[in-house]
Design a protein around this ligand. Structure first.
Ligand SMILES: *Cc1c(COP(=O)(O)O)cnc(C)c1O
Length: 386
């Protein structure tokens, strides 16, 4: 056996804390019996605090894309128009899901690595008042960019336009208070900021989104959010068999999150982001998202002739698992994620593995001092939070 600690610095799945793994190893309980209903009730209270909502947060048995699909089916009628913010792989996914649902899609695109400017959303909605929804990512995980969802909510909340935000790489990583901002649908998956294995999604609707959903004819038997809401509200259950172990794992992860406190968690995420960015710049590599960058992951532009697939393969020899970019930028960027159950020590290992892999493959030394620069940025960021 190789005595090497594997560090999963990928944008999902992320490492699972021992407490969550042990909670999930308990004997099975039945999803229609009181023990499970108590788990659901406790989990529901913590989820509402995390999402910043007074509405119900629905657990769905699917990956994050399932929740994106459920949102599109339950909020819009076939033939309605939506505006899709498209500046990466996951924005493209919104457009695909909406097209399959039979919606008319207008895309508002920006080059990969850039964010969508709020005034462009205003202009697009002014140009076509029949648009009924804006579909966007809080964090576009394929590029490491954060879209200005808070500002966009100020535009949509005063119009008959639903703001649907994919928070799969944001919830539990950066603040996402949906009621305060006026987001109509916030959704996420279990395997990123929430420190739970893949397979569970979570979705919440605003009060006005529920009113809209009540008028939309069901178009999908499995994803019926109105019936899911009834099951949670009236019985602390889910409509079909619950992903029992994942929900038990989620309860434990949420307990950990609230023991740490949301403000400390976000402070830690900001410090790790500052650390990664400082280290990468100091080793002479270029950050892919120069501004409007997200927390939770940092994307790096690869030097010419150095494909990220080779770099990630080399870094894996040190037990550090990072991600390449996503098509069509697969080999041009590398993504170092720092979301969920990771700390400064993991990021230090990640930065060293990145530098070592780049030096080994290129045969050239990077400028010295990257790890010191990274640690200084981490300390500065933590100090500024106090
Ligand atoms: C990971 C991710 C997805 C895809 O989620 P799956 O769980 O793989 O379906 C969608 N959107 C964003 C922003 C993501 O980070």
């Amino acid at each position: 056996m190789k005595m090497l600690h594997t560090r999963l610095l990928t944008p999902g799945p992320t490492p699972i804390p021992d407490r969550v793994r042990l909670a999930m190893a308990e004997p099975m309980i039945h999803h229609r019996k009181p023990d499970f209903m108590a788990v659901m009730e406790e989990t529901q209270g913590m989820l509402r605090r995390l999402f910043g909502t007074e509405q119900v947060v629905l657990p769905l048995s699917c990956s994050g894309t399932g929740a994106m699909t459920a949102a599109v089916h339950c909020l819009f009628e076939k033939g309605e128009k939506v505006l899709v913010a498209e500046a990466g792989k996951f924005g493209e996914r919104w457009a695909q899901i909406a097209s399959v649902r039979g919606l008319e899609v207008t895309t508002l695109s920006a080059p990969w690595g850039r964010a969508i400017a709020p005034d462009r959303v205003t202009a697009a909605l002014d140009a076509d008042p029949s648009i009924r929804g804006v579909l966007i990512q809080l964090s576009e995980t394929s590029t490491g960019v954060q879209h200005p969802v808070r500002e966009i909510a100020e535009i949509t909340r005063n119009r008959d336009v639903m703001l649907v935000a994919d928070g799969i790489s944001s919830v539990g990583i950066a603040p996402t208070p949906m009621d305060e901002w006026g987001v109509d649908c916030l959704l996420t998956g279990s395997q990123k900021g929430l420190m739970v294995p893949p397979g569970l999604a979570l979705l919440a609707l605003s009060e006005r989104a529920w009113k809209r959903a009540e008028k939309v004819a069901p178009s999908c038997f499995y994803f019926n959010l109105l019936r899911e809401r009834d099951a949670v509200r009236s019985k602390n259950q889910t409509l079909f068999t619950s992903p029992v172990s994942l929900i038990i794992g989620l309860r434990e992860a949420l307990r950990m999150i609230f023991e740490e406190g949301l403000s400390s968690l976000y402070a830690r995420q900001r410090a790790m982001t500052a650390m990664a960015r400082a280290g990468i710049s100091a080793m002479g590599l270029e950050l892919f998202a120069p501004e409007h960058y997200t927390l939770g992951l940092t994307s790096v532009k690869m030097p010419d002739g150095l494909p990220s697939s080779a770099v990630t393969r080399k870094a894996a020899e040190l037990g550090v698992i990072m991600s390449t970019g996503q098509a069509p930028m697969k080999d041009e960027t590398l993504r170092l994620a720092h979301m969920g159950w990771v700390d400064w020590g993991d990021i230090l290992a990640g930065l060293h593995a990145l530098q070592w892999a780049v030096e080994s493959l290129s045969g050239k030394k990077c400028p010295a001092g990257a790890l010191d620069a990274a640690m200084n940025a981490w300390h500065d960021s933590m100090r500024s939070e106090q």
